[in-house]
Design a protein around this ligand. Structure first.
Ligand code: DLL
Length: 444
């Protein structure tokens, strides 16, 4: 059946892409088989899931159809933190070949684990992602996602190598060098966050480099929300096709869903990750096509299976088949979340982390606002903080010291240097209900 599926270029798809085109019936059987295995594995090996399932009176043997998934407990981010670091692992440590962790330099990160088989599945979904963007053996891929505990760098790296492409593991940052490599190494595709690529375009212009004239033809952009306006901007200014890739560390990393050549929704690798859409308020499942919070169940993860993980990402399932021929369903691009997390320069930040950092510094009040802006494609973060009345002196040096102490505390907690503005007591508007902390003025 593989021979029927050719890309726009007439090339045969990579053999690993076969599950993208399975007849629905076969796919659904595979999902059920894998769900049953996953539930058995979680129940047998993870005390947290055993307790949750016992509480709900459901046993692994009770899963007879995919609809029975609704009988299973949901998992939320704090469950990962509460079981820090290894409490949700279903494999003994000797089988765990890799750990990653969520961003944030102090505080408890969320830790995720992979067995050798998990790394193979991750590699497979990344190969399928690249194929979906029209990439193939012979492509030269500049991987500017961060390498390290963040899943972007290594996830894309393994996929690019297994595809048969040449991967340049440049990681993030050092924009001038990125541009030199883009020019000199014959790069045909780049992987990074969309905002970083906007910055690369700006900087190239300043340096007098015309990205439009380079062999670069595709960008695989994700790890943060972006819009059609940004797509148009980068496609026009770099003469490339820009594809949206979605993923999250808890589920595997990048490679949960990706656009195809239609660029109209992201195909979700349903044979490995089972999607549900729920109402973020009530937790009730919503029918296909309705917008709500994406909930994912891993179907093949061994080291850290997650049942009904609440991603907090808002989207909807597109039930209609895609003209590309893939049978795995699509989700709409993710534009917002149901919680207050924001993403700045690829780092996930909760306002509560900023608040915790502020409270460490004497002389501040827990009244603050976070203002996000974008300048030349680079995200900037300003924190406006109220100073206690007795501290609000006009001795400039003391205020300067306070500003530095706050900046250091925030950088220590989230790894990002923010601009700090000290304001007089009672200048930040008090809210009657839920305080609005974050003002996101980054357009696009
Ligand atoms: O950002 C994994 C990744 C790396 C995805 C590289 C794509 C490319 P986390 O750091 O755990 O993992 O952050 C996951 O980022 O829940 C979304 O809120 C957001 N996110 C990721 N991709 C997209 C996207 C990686 N394409 C969180 N559009 C997720 C919108 C995205 N939001």
């Amino acid at each position: 059946m593989m021979a029927q599926h050719t890309g726009g270029s007439g090339r045969r798809f990579h053999p690993l892409s076969a599950p993208d085109f399975l007849p629905r019936g076969k796919l659904e059987l595979l999902q059920l088989y894998r769900l049953q295995e996953t539930v058995h594995r979680a129940y047998a090996n993870v005390a947290f899931y055993r307790e949750q399932m016992d509480k709900l009176g459901v046993r692994p043997e009770d899963i007879h159809s995919m609809d029975d998934i609704r009988r299973l407990p949901m998992t939320v981010k704090t469950d990962l933190r509460d079981n820090y670091p290894f409490g949700l692992f279903a494999s003994p440590m000797r089988e765990v070949v890799r750990l990653h962790a969520s961003s944030g330099t102090t505080g408890k990160p969320t830790v995720v684990a992979y067995t050798r088989e998990d790394v193979e599945v991750w590699t497979e979904v990344m190969v399928r992602s690249f194929v979906s963007c029209g990439l193939h053996e012979g492509d030269i891929i500049q991987n500017a996602y961060g390498y390290g505990l963040f899943t972007g760098g290594l996830g894309a790296h393994y996929g690019a190598e297994a595809l048969g492409a040449t991967v340049i593991p440049i990681s993030g940052g050092n924009t001038d060098r990125q541009i030199m490599v883009l020019q000199d190494f014959g790069v045909t595709a780049i992987c990074c966050t969309p905002s970083y690529f906007v910055h690369i375009i700006e900087r190239a212009r300043e340096l007098g480099v015309d990205i439009r004239s380079l062999p670069l033809r595709a960008g695989v952009f994700g790890a943060e929300p972006w819009t059609e306006a940004v797509r148009k901007h980068v496609e026009e200014n770099a003469n490339i096709k820009a594809y949206d890739i979605y993923g999250l560390s808890e589920i595997i990393g990048p490679g949960v869903a990706i656009e195809c050549e239609q660029q109209d929704g992201l195909h979700l690798f349903e044979d490995h990750f089972y999607p549900e859409i729920i109402s973020p308020e009530t937790g009730e499942p919503l029918p296909d096509g309705e917008e709500g919070e994406l909930v994912l169940t891993t179907l093949s993860k061994r080291a850290m299976p997650l049942l009904r993980y609440r991603t907090r990402d808002i989207t909807r399932i597109i039930p209609e088949p895609c003209p590309c021929g893939r049978t795995i369903r699509r989700i709409r691009r993710i534009g917002r979340r149901s919680d207050d997390m924001f993403i700045i320069r690829g780092v996930n930040v909760y306002p509560s982390q900023v608040e915790a950092a502020l409270l460490e510094v004497e002389g501040t009040l827990p009244h603050y606002q976070i203002i996000l802006t974008r300048s030349k494609g680079l995200d900037e973060m300003e924190v406006q903080v109220e100073v206690t009345p007795n501290f609000f002196s006009d001795r400039v040096s003391e205020l300067e010291n306070l500003r530095n102490a706050i900046a250091r505390a925030i950088e220590h907690t989230i790894g990002i240097r923010a601009k700090i503005s000290l304001v007089e007591p009672h200048t930040i508007e008090r809210s009657m209900g839920k305080a609005k902390r974050v003002f996101d003025k980054r357009e696009g």
